[in-house]
Design a protein around this ligand. Structure first.
Ligand SMILES: *[C@@H]1O[C@H](CO)[C@@H](O)[C@H](O)[C@H]1NC(C)=O
Ligand SMILES: *[C@@H]1O[C@H](CO)[C@@H](O)[C@H](O)[C@H]1NC(C)=O
Ligand SMILES: *[C@@H]1O[C@H](CO)[C@@H](O)[C@H](O)[C@H]1NC(C)=O
Ligand SMILES: *[C@@H]1O[C@H](CO)[C@@H](O)[C@H](O)[C@H]1NC(C)=O
Ligand SMILES: *[C@@H]1O[C@H](CO)[C@@H](O)[C@H](O)[C@H]1NC(C)=O
Ligand SMILES: *[C@@H]1O[C@H](CO)[C@@H](O)[C@H](O)[C@H]1NC(C)=O
Length: 930
């Protein structure tokens, strides 16, 4: 009698006090059959059938306990699809998401299931059932990224995937806020109630947020073992004030364990660790201590430098007994096996006490499919009569929808839409134009209406099938210039108007029949074009025959030729388009002036390079090939990545051909044909400095003096660009692979002077600084203000490479900073230059000489350009270092060592440049002054 009335009181208490919370809870009994309210908690469960259209409800035999929600589960098909529950959330509100799994019995033949649990695109947990009677519960604390989340089950490796319950609990305001929540979820690894009276968990309604606080009496292998002797369980019935941050339930705080012998220790396993975690300890003094008693303790394990020295005095820290103190560790790295212990301090009479703790793993949020693609995919899904397309979650991850294909980029993008004959109705959404990664669009055999929307952004689109629909409107002419388009099928629609001529030239497979109102261009136009085509073709043949004498005509007819080229491919393959301006006036059969770049035809270059067969490098502007001209001159032929517009290229070449310095790689010619722009440089026999420092497999190592002389040469080349030219030139990409070595091991800087056009061409597409990672001036990178000092920074990195023989960027060499500048700077500032010196040099070098270079290198890589030296000062420092090392200068050194052996192989031009005075500061005059 009394127990019944007690039960009724409790029951009514749930019904009345709880309703407001429960309304916000979503509690799905997966595979369940009806609504019911759980008597032990007052939580209202509903079956999952409104959320999930797949899988089979399965009755569980011998469920653990008599909880209704574990008497049935939902089993999913064993296939490669994913099955997702979509739960409504409020964007940016924090929630607890919980999925539980109890398999129940195991029939004889069955295998234990193992499968994946995902939250949105983030892999959450590998559910691996090892004990059929255990309830596996996974909790995640999230800040909702949007107005719904998907909890998905997929990718079974054994058995059939299933789920027992799925729960969503809103949290209050700032609970569980972290600094990392933009990028990380919190995967709950342990939430423990110490001193619990039984094995039962504490949850709703004791915890208004329905967190599950597990009893410390639960027995599992290697779980809560290693308990120190003298550990006792204590409890109180007094109220505990828990109104601080995370609001643990009073019931949990009313029990605790105490290490009466002075130590409190436990060991437990943390799934998916080692990892970075957020750890909370919950303390409340629940013993009434006498006036002569104190409780003070420290964390003695694990070792966490900032925390081990902190003395916990609960009542003092919490400002009173029966009050919560919750120190937190917002980001600690914990091992898979967590051993922790607290130890009493010497002056304390009582041992340590612990009420509860909570450990959450930071789980990086994986990107979902690009938002633009998602909009279109959902749109098309709703336009299809295939109502079965539900519960699929994200279009791309972890497994793509049946009718899309995705890239593996971050975020993933949809590359193919495969909706042939799927009863899709309505108009093609105009948002399609935002799916820039799309390569294939298959919408044929549906009932689509309306016009083809603008798809001019879809530059990756290769294949378009929209035939057999009811589409109308005109065929836009930009389709023919979509750069990747190969196949376009539009037949059997209601398109109208003229077919753009570009689609009919045979480059694109184009089917357009059965569009009664669609027609080709009107007749006389076509006729005219035919005549034009023929006459142009004739002209082309003539020009091939009479290249030499017709050059002038070719020049005038340039426009015609180009038009003709794009209309009918291949007619004028060899019709060189020579510039008609001042830069070619020195041509005409006379001796070519070595010092002005001259025009070289593509066919000559093809011959010289044996059809571009020997690639010797690829720089920031394109690929470089080895070649040998008819007169025997060896050349490096650089095919430019297409950056500049026509006029600029010629201007640029004109400018470059007037820059001459013995330490700059000379430009000897250029070519502009067939949409290709090619620069021809003198060939440098000894390759790049980079090869000599870093790729020493087959190279003789450079000694210190050789390195110094190379540095001096390169510095002079740069100094000339900065001060000898008007306007001055900033290289922007100084690095060891742009310092080339000629046959005499003299260094010359390459790839200079192409900056202006690049800047103009790139500014509207990108504000990213040009340059190479590891050499890039941080100040320029930050504010895009380019000065000569940016080159000085990069050159400082080159000097550090010369000293150390190490690469500018390397995780192994430099640890987390990854870069040579931080590494070298910290060692040099400590006075430890020896540690950065290339081991090959040590013992064979004067350390003062190294110091001189190290000092100037560190100045070069100063954070602010204003603190860096000018190239002139760098040259002086290098010359100093040479004197310290050898008491001589580089010219004498080189003259004595290398010239005798190799002089016979010198080309005319190298000798010419070598006898020149190094001071060429007047070389940058305008042509008229020459
Ligand atoms: C079950 O509960 C849901 C949500 O509270 C409600 O919408 C639905 O009508 C209920 N079904 C029955 C049969 O009571
Ligand atoms: C959540 O926060 C609001 C406002 O601070 C408060 O009124 C409410 O009681 C809190 N809810 C719970 C369950 O603590
Ligand atoms: C509280 O502690 C007393 C004595 O230590 C024990 O008898 C009692 O069962 C405990 N109560 C709970 C709820 O743990
Ligand atoms: C935690 O600290 C580590 C190391 O300091 C850091 O790499 C990580 O980004 C921090 N945050 C998270 C959420 O892991
Ligand atoms: C504290 O004082 C009480 C008597 O007031 C005594 O029984 C107890 O032993 C004392 N405890 C300690 C640790 O001195
Ligand atoms: C398309 O719809 C028609 C009629 O509504 C139906 O008969 C046909 O099976 C559907 N086709 C597909 C592939 O769903």
């Amino acid at each position: 009698m009394s127990s019944l009335s007690h039960f009724l009181v409790v029951f009514l208490f749930f019904i009345s006090s709880v309703v407001c919370q429960v309304e916000e809870f979503i509690s799905l009994d997966c595979g369940g059959t009806s609504n019911y309210t759980d008597r032990s908690t007052g939580i209202a469960w509903i079956p999952d059938r409104d959320y999930m259209n797949y899988g089979q409800p399965v009755g569980v035999i011998n469920p653990n306990g008599n909880l209704v929600q574990y008497q049935r589960r939902r089993d999913f098909p064993i296939d490669n699809k994913k099955y997702c529950y979509t739960l409504a959330t409020q964007e940016r509100r924090r929630y607890l998401v919980r999925a539980t799994f109890q398999y129940g019995n195991l029939k004889n033949e069955e295998t234990y299931p193992q499968f994946q649990l995902y939250l949105d695109a983030t892999q959450w947990y590998t559910v691996s059932i090892l004990d059929a009677s255990r309830i596996y519960a996974k909790e995640m604390i999230i800040r909702a990224p949007s107005d719904s989340i998907d909890v998905c089950i997929c990718c079974a490796t054994t058995g059939s995937p299933f789920i027992s319950t799925l729960e969503l609990r809103p949290l209050n305001l700032s609970m569980y806020a972290t600094d990392y929540e933009d990028n990380f979820f919190l995967d709950v690894a342990a939430r423990l109630n110490f001193g619990a009276p039984s094995e039962d968990s504490v949850r709703y309604p004791d915890d208004p947020y329905d967190r599950i606080w597990q009893s410390d009496l639960i027995k599992r292998p290697n779980y809560l073992v290693g308990v120190a002797p003298g550990t006792e369980r204590i409890n109180t019935s007094k109220n505990v004030n828990t109104k601080t941050r995370e609001y643990p339930p009073v019931k949990v705080m009313q029990t605790a364990v105490v290490g009466t012998k002075g130590v409190l220790s436990y060991r437990l396993n943390l799934d998916n660790f080692p990892a970075n975690a957020r750890a909370y300890a919950y303390f409340a003094e629940i013993e009434d201590l006498g006036a002569n008693e104190t409780r003070k303790f420290k964390l003695s394990q694990p070792i966490m430098p900032d925390y081990n020295n902190a003395v916990v005095n609960i009542a003092e820290n919490a400002n009173g007994s029966y009050t919560l103190y919750e120190p937190s560790y917002m980001n600690v790295t914990l091992e898979f096996v967590l051993s922790f212990s607290f130890a009493r301090t010497r002056d304390s009479t009582q041992g340590p006490l612990l009420n509860a703790m909570e450990i959450c793993r930071y789980l990086r949020i994986a990107p979902k499919t690009d938002g633009h693609d998602l909009i279109v995919a959902n749109f098309l899904r709703l336009m299809s009569a295939e109502s079965i397309w539900t519960n699929e979650g994200d279009p791309c991850v972890p497994t793509p929808w049946e009718w899309v294909a995705c890239s593996s980029t971050t975020p993933p993008r949809i590359t193919k839409i495969l909706l042939s004959r799927k009863n899709v109705t309505g108009e093609i959404p105009s948002e399609l134009n935002n799916m820039e990664a799309l390569t294939e669009l298959w919408l044929d055999g549906n009932s689509l209406e309306g016009p083809l929307p603008d798809i001019s952004n879809l530059i990756n689109l290769k294949i378009v099938h929209i035939e057999n629909n009811r589409l109308n409107g005109s065929i836009p002419s930009y389709l023919s210039s979509l750069p990747s388009l190969q196949e376009l099928y539009i037949q059997n629609n209601s398109f109208t108007g003229e077919i753009p001529s570009g689609l009919l030239n045979g480059k694109i497979i184009f089917h357009y029949g059965d569009n009664p109102q669609l027609h080709k261009e009107v007749q006389d136009k076509k006729h005219f074009k035919l005549i034009l085509g023929i006459s142009v073709g004739v002209l082309a043949i003539l020009s091939v025959l009479l290249v030499g004498s017709l050059l002038l005509i070719c020049n005038r007819q340039r426009k015609t030729f180009q038009q003709q080229k794009s209309d009918s491919k291949g007619g004028s393959k060899r019709s060189g388009t020579k510039p008609s301006n001042a830069y070619s006036i020195n041509l005409g059969g006379h001796l070519k002036d070595e010092r002005i770049a001259y025009y070289i035809t593509l066919s000559d270059l093809e011959e010289a390079t044996q059809n571009f067969s020997k690639k010797i490098g690829s720089g920031s502007f394109g690929s470089v090939y080895y070649g040998k001209m008819k007169d025997g001159k060896e050349v490096a032929v650089k095919i430019m990545a297409d950056l500049s517009s026509q006029g600029q290229f010629v201007t640029e070449v004109a400018l470059l051909s007037r820059i001459h310095h013995r330490n700059l790689v000379p430009l000897i010619g250029y070519c502009e044909e067939e949409h290709q722009r090619i620069l021809v440089y003198e060939y440098m026999h000894n390759g790049t400095l980079r090869d000599h420092i870093h790729d020493n497999a087959n190279q003789k190592q450079l000694d210190w003096l050789a390195r110094l002389c190379i540095a001096e040469d390169a510095a002079k080349g740069l100094e000339y660009l900065h001060t000898g030219c008007n306007p001055s030139i900033i290289h922007r990409d100084v690095k060891t692979s742009n310092i080339l070595l000629d046959i005499n091991m003299r260094a010359k800087v390459s790839d200079f002077g192409l900056s202006r056009q690049t800047e103009e061409d790139l500014t509207h597409v990108s504000s990213v600084a040009r340059g190479t990672v590891g050499y890039l001036d941080p100040e320029y990178y930050a504010n895009q203000q380019l000065t000569e000092k940016s080159d000085v920074y990069s050159f400082g990195v080159v000097l550090l490479e010369l000293i150390s023989g190490r690469k500018p960027i390397s995780a192994e060499d430099y640890g987390p900073e990854m870069n040579i500048v931080h590494w070298a700077r910290s060692l040099i500032r400590k006075g430890d230059v020896i540690s950065i010196v290339d081991p090959f040099l040590l013992g064979n070098v004067k350390i003062e000489s190294i110091w001189r270079i190290a000092e100037v290198a560190i100045q070069c890589v100063e954070q602010h350009g204003a603190s860096r030296p000018r190239m002139q000062e760098v040259i002086l420092a290098i010359q100093d270092a040479v004197k310290i090392e050898k008491g001589t200068d580089c010219n004498q050194k080189l003259a004595s060592s290398s010239s005798k052996a190799q002089s016979s192989r010198k080309t005319l031009l190298t000798s010419f440049l070598e006898i020149e005075s190094p001071d060429l500061s007047n070389d940058c005059l305008v042509p008229s002054a020459r």
